[in-house]
Design a protein around this ligand. Structure first.
Ligand code: ADP
Length: 381
């Protein structure tokens, strides 16, 4: 008999909360996702309950792990609340993450309160105001550029609705789970890579609601054996909605990089990206103009088909550094599609050099302390 949701809920009835209610009866369980023997769910809490309910989380995990047919369990505590679930208690509430659905209207807590990841010196987000501007391609080549500077680099594909890092790095397969119950990131071209694309198929991730997404991301961030890293690059989901805001808020970011194409619309969106990170007190390290010029592969003629220089002007206007421009070029698209990113495969070429120059600027900002390092304080696991 294949594993089903009812078996899991039945098993979880033996897990009791401090008020004596069983976990399923408490209304705190999010959706239970079952994928190929892997069980993923989260328990909704108020941020002040993180210490009290850690025991409940680990009991739930242990109990589900013992069920026949279960090959892996991921249980998170989440301060996000799904529509229709029981409200988290409000008494004794401490400042913490804004619930996913409250959106930008509620002033969010500063990210400087978040706990860092042991061994990881800096975490940076690569974000864009909208999809399709080349954010994932840029994240991948920026990570490789930082690695080419001799730094220890990891990349977390947090673009949960369209994970592309497995394809960009040409990686397949499932992460190995270590004896400390951490997932081992896959590795290619000297970069450690973790993506939800390694764990579930795209359709499964698509049906997840906000709390599930946050829970999965928290686990990918904190329950991965990253080892020692100088920089962990987080490829964010595109856009500046509530999900992105919450993610920016709950990740201990040292800084953010915004990718934009030169079109006006993208720039408007990019401005929203800058505003979003400022709102949660994450320093914006700068803007990258992607697809800045089109270079004809036949005659070499360079045309600014989207209009050129807009991102630089916009960066100056909004007071954020301009990190550089990357041309629109067939080689970048082809190598990305083939899992042979340009910085790894033709490091001396002009496109790689452009990415490398940007990587140097990003590292200079991080290393000089221009991007602030968050002070540790546990908010949520
Ligand atoms: P996003 O992450 O913003 O959705 P992607 O990185 O997936 O965007 O890029 C979208 C498409 O554009 C991909 O096919 C990618 O290969 C291509 N692309 C991205 N940047 C460039 C570039 N500078 N030149 C040519 N193609 C590019």
């Amino acid at each position: 008999m294949p594993l089903n949701r009812d078996d899991i809920l039945r098993a979880l009835e033996t897990v009791k909360l401090p008020d004596g209610k069983s976990l399923p009866a408490s209304g705190r369980l999010t959706d239970v996702v079952i994928n190929d023997g892997k069980v993923i769910f989260a328990i909704t809490i108020d941020p002040s309950e993180v210490n009290t309910l850690e025991g409940v989380r680990s009991s739930a995990e242990q109990i589900v792990k013992r069920l026949p047919g279960v090959t892996g369990v991921l249980v998170g505590l989440t301060a996000d609340r799904a529509a229709g679930s029981a409200p988290a208690p409000t008494s004794g509430r401490t400042p913490g993450p804004t619930p996913m659905r409250s959106g930008p209207k509620n002033p969010p807590a500063a990210t400087s309160n978040l706990t860092g990841i042991p061994g990881v010196k800096h975490i940076i987000a690569v974000a864009s105001g909208k999809g399709g501007v080349g954010k994932s391609t840029t994240s991948c080549n920026l990570a490789l550029g930082l690695a080419a500077l001799g730094l220890k680099i990891g990349i977390l594909d947090a673009d949960i609705y369209g994970p592309s890092q497995p394809k960009l790095f040409g990686l397949r397969g499932k992460p190995f789970v270590t004896s400390e119950r951490k997932m081992q990131p896959l590795e290619r071209y000297g970069v450690k890579v973790m993506s939800i694309g390694f764990l579930v198929d795209e359709e499964t991730a698509m049906i997840w609601r906000g709390p599930m997404v946050m829970s999965a991301l928290t686990q990918m961030l904190r329950e991965v054996a990253w080892g020692d890293l100088d920089v962990l690059v987080v490829d964010m989901p595109p856009g500046t909605g509530d999900a992105q805001l919450t993610m920016a808020q709950q990740t201990p970011l040292a800084g953010a990089v915004i990718v934009s194409t030169p079109q006006d619309l993208a720039l408007l969106d990019a401005r929203r990206g800058v505003a979003m990170f400022r709102k949660v007190n994450v320093p914006v390290l700068g803007v990258i103009e992607n697809m800045a010029n089109f270079c004809c592969p036949n005659c070499g003629h360079v045309s600014p088909i989207f209009g050129h220089g807009g991102a630089r002007a916009e960066a100056e206007k909004t007071g954020v550094p301009f990190l550089g421009e990357i041309p629109l070029h067939m080689e970048i698209r082809e190598t990305s599609d083939e899992g042979r990113p340009v910085v790894a495969t033709t490091p001396d070429g002009p496109h790689s050099q452009a990415y490398l120059a940007i990587a140097r600027k990003v590292w200079a900002a991080l290393d000089s302390g221009a991007a602030s390092k968050p002070a540790p304080r546990i908010v949520i696991e």
